[in-house]
Design a protein around this ligand. Structure first.
Ligand code: ARG
Length: 454
């Protein structure tokens, strides 16, 4: 009775705490860390050169066995560290059991995660860059596409479409900078911290850092095994990136709607409805918007897990991997799809032109009065009244008679009214960062410089 209860509880717990289904993807970095560690043990004489070589060779073979599936990572192996060690002892004999001298899974997992994330960060940075290239190319071909700029989703002021595309480019640049910054704190070696107080063997941590390509050593062993800030930071960077993607996708969803019709997305990135034959849904953009929610959830899940944990390692921390890997996978595919959207986007200029309300030129009229010496606030009121007048007559600003303009202000003349043009309006905004043609050309230049710099 007691025995069967005992067996059942063991089985229950083995299943419950096994993390190998999740952390198996760390096998390469785990083995890489172990090879460096074996060399470190040889340096301090814990392993003979011969033993070190036996262990290294066996580890290299194990990597191949796991990659090919020859060594199956089953749940009873608990986690990736135990799985590798078990196989090492099987292959190398009892000497394999020396590898863990002075090491704990606590400093081992922290090392693995940092090694893994460092590669991921470089990959994601490259993907963001690819997306910036697509946006830059789009901006280059849409400098002369005049488009309505919105605030509150109301037509506000005319812009050049390139100006919009570049706004996304510069947002992605900040994401890439944040990623590079967080990489600095990822690339610090925790190994040597042991369980939490530091290894009792004089392992040469600087040597390990050198072997594994880390830029520095964690300065405190308790901090080394407690710290998951680098994951939280990475998830926060991913969250901001996905929010950028999601907001732009919202623009695309709106602009591809029946009512707006400003853009067409590549038919392969839209899908039909199973019942309504006419539908072309902007699924790619919608799904990206949805995926952003997942990544926000990953961040929240990690920081909620960490909140209130005592120092140093606690088993709760094993739960850091699922949100981390989920965010990595989501962001990776999201960037590929998002890039494809910009590469294939088409702006329907005729349709855009028809939709542009010349009330968007109201600011320019007010600016004109201001240049004639009218205080801006007064000019603003005058033009607001003209806009109301046009609205009540059901016509556009351009169609109001000059005499009416002149009733509102003696400064108005034919030339001013005749010059109410959207592209001229954009070119009034010629200062750095504005939507004027030259200003946009300068931004293109800046964007190219950024990409040329890395
Ligand atoms: N599988 C564990 C994790 O991912 C490794 C560290 C376990 N440490 C321990 N003392 N049980 O967090």
């Amino acid at each position: 009775m007691t025995d069967s209860r005992d067996i059942a509880l063991k089985q229950l717990m083995d299943d419950f705490h096994a993390s190998i289904d999740v952390d198996r993807r760390l096998f390469r970095v785990d083995i890489r860390g172990s090879i460096a560690y074996a060399r470190g043990l040889v340096r301090i004489g814990v392993l003979t050169g011969e033993e070190g070589r036996t262990i290294e060779d066996a580890l290299a073979e194990i990597e191949g066995e796991i990659a090919s599936g020859a060594y199956a990572l089953t749940r009873d192996l608990e986690d990736i560290h135990m799985a590798v060690e078990k196989r090492l002892i099987e292959k190398a004999g009892p000497v394999g059991g020396k590898l863990h001298t002075g090491r704990s899974r606590n400093d081992q997992i922290a090392t693995d995660e940092r090694l893994y994330l460092r590669e991921v960060v470089d990959d994601i940075a490259g993907r963001i860059r690819g997306c910036q290239e697509a946006l830059l190319a789009l901006a280059e071909r849409t400098v002369d596409v005049v488009f309505p700029g919105y605030t509150h989703l109301q037509q506000a002021q005319p812009i050049r479409f390139a100006h919009y595309a570049l706004s996304l480019f510069f947002g992605l640049q900040r994401d890439r900078e944040r990623l590079a910054d967080c990489r600095k704190r990822i690339n610090i070696l925790p190994l040597g911290a042991g369980a939490m107080a530091g290894s009792a063997f004089p392992i040469d941590r600087a040597f390990l850092a050198e072997e594994l390509g880390f830029d520095g050593l964690s300065p405190n062993s308790i901090d080394a095994v407690s710290d998951r800030d680098f994951i939280a930071e990475f998830l926060a960077v991913c969250t901001m990136l996905m929010i950028h993607i999601s907001r732009a996708c919202e623009d695309l969803v709106i602009w591809s709607s029946t009512e707006f019709g400003y853009i067409t997305q590549h038919p392969r990135l839209a899908t039909g409805s199973s019942i309504m034959p006419q539908k072309k849904n902007p699924d790619a953009a919608e799904l990206l918007r949805g995926k952003a929610g997942r990544v926000v959830g990953d961040l929240v899940s990690l920081v909620t897990m960490l909140k209130g944990l005592p120092h140093a390692y606690n088993k709760d921390m094993q739960e850091d991997k699922e949100p981390l890997f989920d965010a990595i996978d989501t962001v990776t595919v999201a960037l590929t799809v998002y890039t494809a959207i910009w590469e294939t986007l088409e702006v329907r200029e005729a349709r855009v032109n028809r939709s542009m309300d010349d009330a968007m030129l109201a600011t320019d009229l007010a600016d004109f009065l201001t240049r004639c010496g009218v205080p801006f606030r007064e000019g603003h009121g005058t033009v607001a009244a003209l806009v109301d007048e046009a609205a009540s007559r059901g016509c556009s600003l351009r169609d109001l008679p000059l005499a009416l303009y002149q009733q509102y202000s003696e400064h108005f003349d034919e030339a001013v009214i005749g010059q109410l043009r959207f592209d001229d309006s954009t070119d009034m905004r010629a200062l750095p960062g504005g939507t004027g043609r030259n200003s946009v050309l300068r931004q293109l230049e800046q964007a190219r410089d950024i990409l040329a710099g890395g």
